[in-house]
Design a protein. Sequence first.
Length: 160
Amino acid sequence: MADDTPESLIPYDEIVQEALREVVGRVLREVEATGALPGGHHFYITFKTRHAGVSIPKHLMERFPDEMTIVIQHRFWDLKVESDHFSVGLSFGGVPSTLVVPFAAVTDFVDPAVDFSLKFQASGELAAREEHDEPQNDAPVIAPPDDGSNVVAVDFTRKK
Protein backbone atom coordinates (compact mmCIF):
# COMPACT_ATOMS: atom_id res chain seq x y z
CA MET A 1 0.00 0.00 0.00
CA ALA A 2 1.44 3.37 -1.05
CA ASP A 3 1.76 6.22 1.42
CA ASP A 4 -0.75 8.80 0.20
CA THR A 5 0.01 11.35 2.91
CA PRO A 6 1.05 14.61 1.26
CA GLU A 7 4.29 16.27 2.34
CA SER A 8 3.61 19.04 4.84
CA LEU A 9 4.42 22.61 3.97
CA ILE A 10 4.34 23.43 7.69
CA PRO A 11 7.53 22.50 9.59
CA TYR A 12 5.74 20.72 12.45
CA ASP A 13 8.89 18.95 13.67
CA GLU A 14 10.75 22.25 14.07
CA ILE A 15 7.79 23.90 15.79
CA VAL A 16 7.49 21.04 18.29
CA GLN A 17 11.27 21.06 18.97
CA GLU A 18 11.19 24.81 19.66
CA ALA A 19 8.19 24.42 22.00
CA LEU A 20 9.89 21.62 23.94
CA ARG A 21 13.09 23.65 24.23
CA GLU A 22 10.98 26.36 25.82
CA VAL A 23 10.07 23.80 28.52
CA VAL A 24 13.78 23.58 29.36
CA GLY A 25 14.06 27.37 29.40
CA ARG A 26 11.02 27.74 31.66
CA VAL A 27 12.31 25.16 34.15
CA LEU A 28 15.74 26.81 34.26
CA ARG A 29 14.14 30.28 34.65
CA GLU A 30 12.25 29.04 37.71
CA VAL A 31 15.50 27.73 39.23
CA GLU A 32 17.19 31.04 38.37
CA ALA A 33 14.38 32.99 40.09
CA THR A 34 14.49 30.95 43.31
CA GLY A 35 18.23 30.29 43.31
CA ALA A 36 17.73 26.62 44.18
CA LEU A 37 16.34 23.38 42.86
CA PRO A 38 13.01 22.34 44.42
CA GLY A 39 12.96 19.08 46.39
CA GLY A 40 15.09 16.32 44.90
CA HIS A 41 15.00 17.70 41.35
CA HIS A 42 18.25 17.85 39.43
CA PHE A 43 19.06 18.02 35.73
CA TYR A 44 21.30 16.29 33.24
CA ILE A 45 21.68 18.53 30.20
CA THR A 46 23.49 17.20 27.13
CA PHE A 47 24.56 19.59 24.39
CA LYS A 48 26.71 19.76 21.25
CA THR A 49 29.99 21.41 22.22
CA ARG A 50 30.78 22.63 18.71
CA HIS A 51 27.41 24.23 18.14
CA ALA A 52 27.47 27.92 17.26
CA GLY A 53 27.16 30.03 20.39
CA VAL A 54 28.47 27.41 22.83
CA SER A 55 31.21 28.81 25.04
CA ILE A 56 33.15 26.40 27.24
CA PRO A 57 36.77 26.42 28.44
CA LYS A 58 39.36 25.01 26.07
CA HIS A 59 40.24 22.07 28.36
CA LEU A 60 36.59 20.96 28.29
CA MET A 61 36.40 21.34 24.51
CA GLU A 62 39.46 19.10 24.20
CA ARG A 63 37.92 16.54 26.54
CA PHE A 64 34.44 16.70 24.95
CA PRO A 65 34.97 17.52 21.26
CA ASP A 66 31.41 16.64 20.18
CA GLU A 67 28.96 16.37 23.06
CA MET A 68 28.97 17.02 26.80
CA THR A 69 26.56 16.32 29.65
CA ILE A 70 26.44 18.64 32.65
CA VAL A 71 24.67 18.07 35.96
CA ILE A 72 22.84 20.88 37.68
CA GLN A 73 22.31 19.68 41.22
CA HIS A 74 24.36 20.65 44.26
CA ARG A 75 27.20 22.88 43.12
CA PHE A 76 26.27 25.41 40.49
CA TRP A 77 26.19 29.20 40.52
CA ASP A 78 25.30 32.24 38.43
CA LEU A 79 22.55 30.49 36.49
CA LYS A 80 21.30 33.04 33.97
CA VAL A 81 18.62 32.25 31.44
CA GLU A 82 18.01 34.31 28.31
CA SER A 83 15.49 33.72 25.53
CA ASP A 84 17.92 31.69 23.40
CA HIS A 85 20.59 30.40 25.82
CA PHE A 86 21.60 29.85 29.42
CA SER A 87 24.86 30.25 31.28
CA VAL A 88 25.91 28.52 34.47
CA GLY A 89 28.95 28.21 36.68
CA LEU A 90 30.15 24.67 37.38
CA SER A 91 33.32 23.11 38.72
CA PHE A 92 35.27 20.50 36.75
CA GLY A 93 38.04 18.76 38.66
CA GLY A 94 38.04 21.60 41.17
CA VAL A 95 38.38 24.24 38.44
CA PRO A 96 35.47 26.71 38.33
CA SER A 97 34.15 27.36 34.83
CA THR A 98 31.34 29.30 33.21
CA LEU A 99 29.48 27.64 30.35
CA VAL A 100 27.20 29.31 27.84
CA VAL A 101 24.81 26.96 26.05
CA PRO A 102 22.26 27.96 23.39
CA PHE A 103 18.99 26.03 23.72
CA ALA A 104 19.43 25.04 20.06
CA ALA A 105 22.57 23.06 21.06
CA VAL A 106 20.74 20.98 23.69
CA THR A 107 20.11 17.34 22.69
CA ASP A 108 18.87 15.89 26.01
CA PHE A 109 17.25 17.22 29.17
CA VAL A 110 16.64 14.75 32.00
CA ASP A 111 15.25 15.19 35.52
CA PRO A 112 15.83 11.72 37.02
CA ALA A 113 14.08 12.65 40.27
CA VAL A 114 10.73 12.42 38.47
CA ASP A 115 11.73 10.25 35.50
CA PHE A 116 11.26 13.14 33.04
CA SER A 117 13.20 13.28 29.78
CA LEU A 118 13.23 15.27 26.55
CA LYS A 119 15.33 14.48 23.47
CA PHE A 120 16.09 16.98 20.72
CA GLN A 121 17.82 17.23 17.41
CA ALA A 122 20.48 19.94 17.66
CA SER A 123 19.31 22.76 15.45
CA GLY A 124 21.33 25.47 13.78
CA GLU A 125 24.88 25.35 12.60
CA LEU A 126 28.06 24.08 14.09
CA ALA A 127 30.63 26.68 14.98
CA ALA A 128 33.53 26.91 12.58
CA ARG A 129 36.47 25.86 14.72
CA GLU A 130 39.30 24.92 12.48
CA GLU A 131 42.54 23.64 13.89
CA HIS A 132 45.52 25.67 12.72
CA ASP A 133 49.14 26.36 13.49
CA GLU A 134 50.15 29.42 15.46
CA PRO A 135 50.74 32.40 13.15
CA GLN A 136 54.35 32.98 12.22
CA ASN A 137 54.14 36.44 10.71
CA ASP A 138 51.79 38.45 12.91
CA ALA A 139 54.39 40.23 15.04
CA PRO A 140 55.54 43.49 13.44
CA VAL A 141 59.25 44.04 13.00
CA ILE A 142 60.16 47.34 14.64
CA ALA A 143 63.21 49.03 13.19
CA PRO A 144 64.91 51.40 15.65
CA PRO A 145 65.38 54.94 14.34
CA ASP A 146 68.97 55.66 13.35
CA ASP A 147 68.63 59.38 12.76
CA GLY A 148 68.12 60.42 16.38
CA SER A 149 64.41 61.18 15.89
CA ASN A 150 61.61 59.65 17.92
CA VAL A 151 59.82 58.18 14.88
CA VAL A 152 59.53 54.41 14.83
CA ALA A 153 59.28 52.55 11.52
CA VAL A 154 57.13 49.43 11.51
CA ASP A 155 57.62 46.82 8.77
CA PHE A 156 54.56 44.56 8.29
CA THR A 157 56.09 42.51 5.50
CA ARG A 158 55.82 38.76 5.63
CA LYS A 159 58.73 36.73 7.07
CA LYS A 160 60.25 34.28 4.65
